[in-house]
Design a protein around this ligand. Structure first.
Ligand code: ASP
Ligand code: MG
Length: 453
């Protein structure tokens, strides 16, 4: 028998909805039904983003100073624009609520929307002029989108037949107002106080994503797209085994569909691969999402709210085997000559930690060449056959490979910036089908400095 936890765990399923999944009344209904269905079988915690576009609108206002007679970018006066902000946010959120929340549950939801909008106007009007005060005010303004959508979604879930309530902010962070770091110990305490009692009472707990609390109780945010991180951090704090990240795409795709025709869904990824793809710019996940999941061994499923039949992408600790999972393009890469290194061109790559490829170092005289290169990173567990196949297929297309080799994310091909798009398409088209033979396990250590100039 497992001795790991002393108390019986609720192991709630955490479901996170992105902004388009709550983009309007009909979307709230769809999301609420999905939650109510799951809540029949197990405790459910919901993490929700702001209605799509709301955070951008709010941050536009956070950019104006508190006291002055600022004008917005459209030249409207401050008072006029505040009245306009109140009117548009009220209209959008009330209309969604009236569509998604039943008559029985609507009055407290409407009341709360007005209360929140009042609080928002106060937050916009308040605040000092020091940089620290401006950052605090920005965070206070930014979180209203999530607070509004959480209140509507709780009403919609209750209307779909599952008792639901908005929980007090469970995510504890450091004191940085934007891009705050999650404090997992304090988050566990806050989740135990704010979320667990709702679950024990048989309710669905709805949590505004993106929102954090500093040690002093001040408002912080986890950075743009941070609701994904809210979901896994909360899952880790609650002992969850499963987190669903629901958006308007079927899962993690093997390339950016805006750049590559025929991008396909990736069924399985390891935490390492998912972190690499997110860190290198795959937009479906916040780059830090996998950190709490990996530490706690939570299975993360990236799936669509709009296509529930699709199983999505399952991310867990298991490495899905050799081969390339996806391709990511990074533009503006510099080839840097590093001084003090023996003459033989030794190539070394920095920044492949999952947060992006920023530099390629090259033995030589210490001067940086203009950032005219692009890197195509093929994420996965490649071997030498993929490396040589990639070099050869790029060559056949007439694309000059400035550098190619294995890196901790997978394979890296550096090409001229003008060839970036076609290199990406070519590598996607030719490498994604290849799987190394079983005997050829990639040994990163022996290949990491192997380069092709
Ligand atoms: N609403 C926030 C943003 O747009 C957080 C999120 O959606 O994850 O960045
Ligand atoms: Mg997102």
């Amino acid at each position: 028998m497992s001795q790991r936890s002393r108390e019986p765990s609720l192991e709630p399923l955490v479901i996170k909805f992105g902004g388009t999944s709550v983009g309007g009344g009909a979307e709230f209904v769809r999301a609420a039904r999905m939650v109510a269905d799951e809540a029949l079988g197990r405790p459910v915690v919901v993490v929700v983003s702001a209605m799509s576009g709301t955070t951008d609108t709010l941050l536009g206002y956070a950019g104006t100073t508190a006291g002055g007679d600022d004008r917005t970018s459209t030249g409207a006066t401050r008072e006029g624009s505040l009245a306009e902000l109140h009117r548009t946010l009220a209209e959008r959120h009330l209309s969604a609520a009236r569509h998604a929340v039943s008559e029985e549950h609507l009055p407290p939801v409407e009341e709360r929307i007005y209360e929140l909008l009042g609080g928002l106007l106060e937050a916009i009007a308040s605040g000092g002029e020091t940089p620290e005060a401006r950052r605090a005010r920005r965070a206070e303004i930014a979180v209203y989108g999530e607070r509004l959508s959480a209140c509507i979604l709780a009403g919609a879930i209750a209307s779909a037949g599952a008792p639901a309530a908005v929980a007090g902010d469970p995510i504890a962070t450091d004191a940085a107002h934007a891009e705050a770091e999650v404090d997992s110990g304090r988050t566990r305490e806050r989740a135990a106080g704010n979320v667990v009692p709702l679950l024990e009472a048989g309710e669905v707990a709805v949590v505004p994503g993106f929102v954090g609390r500093s040690p002093e109780g001040g408002q912080t945010t986890l950075g743009r797209g941070g609701s994904d991180l809210s979901a896994t951090a909360l899952g880790a704090a609650l002992g969850s085994r499963e987190v669903w990240i629901c958006s308007d795409v079927d899962g993690v795709l093997d390339a950016d569909p805006a750049l590559v025709g025929g991008a396909r869904l990736v069924p399985r990824l390891s935490y390492r691969e998912a972190s690499s793809m997110a860190g290198l710019g795959a937009k479906v996940l916040h780059p830090k999402t996998m950190e709490p999941a990996r530490a706690a061994g939570i299975e993360v499923t990236v799936r669509s709210t709009f296509n529930r039949n699709c199983a999505g992408t399952c991310v867990c600790s298991r490495e899905p085997g050799s081969g390339i999972r996806g391709v990511v393009l990074r533009r503006g890469v510099s080839l840097v000559r590093e001084s003090g290194v023996p003459e033989t061109p030794v190539f070394r790559m920095l920044g492949s930690s999952g947060y992006g490829v920023d530099y390629l170092l090259h033995a030589g005289d210490g001067e940086r060449e203009p950032a005219g290169h692009a890197a195509v990173v093929c994420v996965g567990s490649p071997g030498c056959d993929e490396l040589s196949a990639g070099i050869s297929v790029l060559g056949k297309r007439g694309i000059t490979v400035c550098w190619a080799g294995l890196c901790s994310d997978g394979l890296l091909f550096v090409v001229d910036g003008d060839d970036a798009r076609s290199a990406l398409e070519t590598l996607h088209g030719s490498l994604l089908g290849i799987r190394s033979g079983d005997g050829e396990t990639a040994d990163e250590g022996s290949y990491s400095v192997e380069g092709v100039a």
